[in-house]
Design a protein around this ligand. Structure first.
Ligand SMILES: [Zn+2]
Length: 94
């Protein structure tokens, strides 16, 4: 059994490269997301800004912002690669 989350598997399809939006065999980001039945949660509750959280059925997260993406968090819109900045976790740490 592999223990990767769905988000990790998804990320691996894109070489774990947060600026890559096409798989090695030419499938697009949205196309592959569609295979996983993700739920999209926009940062402002509406599709008016470019930061969106893609919630996989197993609860794992990919957060996309503009021309990049990374593994994300369930309760804020930060990226794992960047740590927390300007969210409630940031304030807890300081
Ligand atoms: Zn955060």
């Amino acid at each position: 059994m592999d223990k990767q989350t769905q988000a990790e598997k998804f990320g691996a399809e894109f070489g774990n490269d947060g600026q890559c939006f096409e798989t090695g065999d030419g499938r697009g980001f949205a196309e592959v997301l569609g295979l996983y039945c993700v739920t999209l949660e926009w940062i402002d509750g509406d599709n008016t800004r470019d930061t969106v959280r893609c919630v996989f059925p197993d609860g794992s997260i990919i957060t996309q912002a503009g021309a990049g993406w990374d593994l994300g968090y369930t309760d804020c819109f930060c990226w794992e690669g960047n740590g927390h900045s300007g969210c409630q976790h940031d304030q807890e740490l300081n």
